[in-house]
Design a protein around this ligand. Structure first.
Ligand code: P6P
Length: 335
């Protein structure tokens, strides 16, 4: 519609989630709906806090280290607390895995049937430079009869019931799947609502864009070196691929989802399993990409969502993106 026309029938995230619940029919308990609403509150609060951070100078090192040894920025700590409090308050969450917390969090008083895994503010090291960062999350329903133990989260990505991310950039963009495709929402700060802006998003089948940290190339396998060298040669259209790397996974994946291409953080001789964590970075992004018609594989070319992690901060090499681009990669890495 033209810029001047007024939209009078907006689809908010709340309305969308209810529509999804109605699709499930009478057996839907409404618990996932309540959980997704608690998640959206956390995203709104984090978005607001990040915007204010630049004004009230919250940005800066908090002087503490997180579970995986990264220097923790104040916003990491605040984002983590916001997320923990929102999940606890929902009453639907029994377990929480957070990048910022070494151990599994069990909400003792909760009778919730869900486990949430999250990276509250992924890419936070970019915050001072004003680069988009994001919250990445995944949701498991507790195993039948479980009262909530680590066994409920050491499961393959294929068992997730929902996943997505919210990228905090010029606007806050939430990309969400509940297993029925991918839908994108943009936060209208005046309404305080996420509005449906990317209905039934599909990733282009191919796109000549690759996204990887070339600074690691000395340590890559010969197969990866050969693959990337092939992208730098003029292709059938006479042009080589373009390189785009932001260094914030949510921003790099968001561009890949919208434009197509391939993003990777492969393992190498200095970090066998790469840098990205299986539960709250690889699995949610793999779920989204697969639901959008893309693919996500590990360094051996296996579908990454089939991995069963052995510990909650486990890492894996990962490549994700357009189906055509992953299939081209597989011709180099598939044994
Ligand atoms: P590198 C950010 O710290 C992060 O966890 C991801 O968001 C991002 O994709 C990756 O690390 C960047 O790592 O080694 O390329 O700086």
């Amino acid at each position: 519609n033209g810029a001047g026309t007024v939209q009078t029938d907006l689809i908010t995230l709340t309305r969308f989630i209810l529509q999804e619940q109605q699709k499930v029919g009478p057996k839907a308990t409404g618990e996932l709906t309540l959980l997704l609403n608690a998640l959206q509150f956390a995203f709104k609060f984090i978005a607001h806090t990040i915007r204010r951070a630049e004004l009230v100078n919250l940005i800066g090192l908090a002087g503490v280290q997180n579970a995986t040894g990264d220097d923790q920025k104040k916003l990491d700590v605040i984002g983590d607390e916001i997320f923990i409090n929102a999940m606890k308050a929902s009453g639907n969450v029994k377990l929480l895995v957070s990048e910022e917390q070494e151990d599994l969090i069990v909400f003792e008083s909760s009778n919730g049937n869900y486990a949430v895994v999250c990276d509250p503010i992924d890419g936070s090291s970019n915050l001072d430079a004003g680069v988009s960062v994001g919250t990445i999350f995944g949701v498991y329903r507790l195993l039948p009869g479980s009262s909530g133990t680590i066994k409920d989260v050491l499961r393959s990505g294929t068992e997730m019931v929902s996943a997505g991310y919210t990228m905090y950039g010029a606007s806050a963009h939430l990309m969400l799947t509940t297993g029925h495709g991918v839908n994108g929402f943009t936060l209208d700060t005046h309404l305080g609502e996420f509005i449906l802006t990317y209905p039934d998003l599909r990733i282009p089948h191919s796109r000549a864009i690759y996204s990887v940290n070339e600074g690691n190339s000395f340590y890559w396998s010969d197969e990866i070196k050969a693959y990337l060298a092939s992208l730098k040669e003029p292709q059938s259209n006479g042009k080589p691929y373009s390189a785009r790397y932001i260094g914030s996974m949510v921003a790099d994946v968001h561009r890949t989802l919208l434009y197509g291409g391939i993003f990777g953080y492969p393992g190498d001789s200095k970090s066998k399993n790469g840098k990205l964590r299986v539960l709250y970075e690889c699995f949610p992004m793999a779920f989204l990409l697969e639901q959008a018609g893309g693919l996500a594989v590990n360094d051996r070319g296996e579908q990454i969502s089939h991995i069963v992690p052995k510990q909650i901060h486990e890492r894996s090499g990962i490549w994700l993106g357009s189906k055509g681009e992953i299939e081209k990669l597989l011709t180099f890495i598939k044994p």
